[in-house]
Design a protein around this ligand. Structure first.
Ligand code: HEM
Length: 398
């Protein structure tokens, strides 16, 4: 495949770039809307407008050959909603996404808020916590596996397996190779869950298996569809909640703005997903010779959509590296866009907003008590450790 855009030589999937990605994205955007990544032998779309264009043009930029940057992961992810197009995609999405529509989520709101309160109260009573383990992971892991219907046995593997599944969607680098055995274990486990019919009653998995009985779906389709929802349902939201805590601890003015006007909470979640996009990038397969932002792209090539770069595009936002909960962040692309736009974003927003509201009701301020560390993953951008003090609000004297 020949480059048709300026070359960006550094490897954006190398550990150093994973830990400090934003200077790379800025230099890529300076080169143009589309750049050539020689290591990945793919073009990367790095400005906001062309990223959105690629995501919306699912007739030209296809997902059915996979959204990973290596052929093995693309083959293994066949049968998922993420890796399908047209009628196949619509059908798969219809099978499960109905459980996560705004209407369906309304009945879950109260439970999520109660759980968020319990998580925040426990953290506040401890005072000093790891914001990742004690807050960000605590909420999604307490109920999302139940919602999907994953059996209780083996849940300790879920986070490592889900993280590995994301790693494998990167290029064929050492990180992908190391993660492969854990991804395969998750797939094997999902197959055995479906074979045994071992899903929790009333869950999304139970809905799916009921559709096997009614002939709407074949049993062999179910493991991929369950992984489709389970794998992206944890790390992504954990990333958004942990980044929320970190950004508010390090930007007390933003915390004060939210305290002064809690109606900013939904926008604050958009702003966090904009500034610290939990998913860096996925790719598309180019179905016909075409062009994006004046760059010719050849049939059969791969194009990387860098959500995390689009979300800091200076053509769309002033001071894009600054966090500002009062700016309009609704155009962020962190949940994708178009037919493959995140099917779980309502749930992720509900969880992150619930934690934030609960903190605003109980906490005077958040303080870092040590250095945070960032995780190393080809796709997921997330904190691994966030030492934090939650200073409680003083109760008014009776
Ligand atoms: C902050 C949290 C989250 C972020 C940032 C996020 C991000 C994304 C993105 C960028 C896509 C688009 C993929 C593409 O363009 O090919 C996507 C798709 C998807 N997400 Fe999420 N996600 C989050 C939470 C969740 C949750 C909680 C679930 C499930 C409960 C979920 C399930 C899915 C599914 C099933 C798809 C595939 C949709 C399709 O192909 O039609 N996500 N997500």
């Amino acid at each position: 495949m020949k480059p048709t855009a300026p070359t960006y030589r550094p490897d954006v999937y190398a550990t150093r770039a994973i830990l400090d990605p934003y200077p790379h994205y800025r230099r890529m955007r300076e080169l143009g809307p589309v750049v050539w990544l020689p290591r990945q032998r793919a073009h990367a779309v790095v400005h906001h407008a062309p990223c959105k264009e690629v995501l919306l043009a699912d007739d030209r930029f296809r997902s059915e050959r996979g959204v990973a940057l290596n052929p093995v992961a693309n083959r293994l992810s066949r049968g998922t909603t993420l890796n399908s197009d047209d009628a196949d995609h619509e059908r798969r999405r219809r099978l499960l996404a109905g459980r996560l529509t705004p209407k369906a989520l309304r009945s879950m709101r109260e439970e999520v808020e109660l759980r968020a309160d319990a998580v925040v109260e426990a953290a506040v009573s401890r005072g000093e916590v790891d914001g990742v383990v004690d807050v960000a992971r605590a909420l999604p892991t307490s109920f999302v596996p139940d919602l999907i219907g994953w059996p209780r046995e083996g849940r300790e593997h879920l986070l490592p397996w889900a993280g590995a599944t994301f790693d494998c969607l990167g290029p064929a680098n050492a990180r992908t190779l190391r993660a492969a055995p854990r991804t395969l274990r998750m797939m094997r486990f999902a197959r055995s869950v479906v074979r045994r019919g071992d899903v929790l009653p009333g869950s999304m998995g139970a809905d799916l298996l009921a559709k096997v009985e009614s002939g709407e779906v074949r049993r062999e389709e179910c493991p991929a569809l369950m992984i489709d929802y389970l794998a992206p349902s944890l790390d992504t939201t954990i990333s958004a909640i942990a980044s929320t805590l970190w950004l508010l601890a390090t930007h007390p003015d933003q915390w004060q703005a939210l305290r002064a006007d809690p109606s900013l909470v939904p926008n604050a979640v958009n702003e966090v997903v904009r500034v610290e996009s939990p998913l860096r990038a996925f790719s598309r397969w180019v179905a016909a010779d075409t062009e994006v932002a004046g760059t010719p792209l050849h049939r059969g090539s791969r194009v990387v959509v860098l959500y995390a770069s689009a979300n800091r595009d200076e053509r769309v936002w002033d001071r894009p590296d600054d966090v500002d909960v009062t700016r309009d962040a609704s155009q962020q692309l962190g949940f994708g866009q178009g037919v493959h736009g995140c099917a779980g974003q309502g749930l992720a927003r509900l969880e992150t907003q619930a934690i934030l509201r609960s903190l605003l009701e109980r906490v005077d301020r958040l303080e870092l008590t040590g250095s945070p560390t960032w995780g190393r993953n080809n796709i997921i951008h997330s904190l691994d450790r966030l030492p934090l003090r939650l200073v409680p609000l003083r109760k008014a004297a009776p």
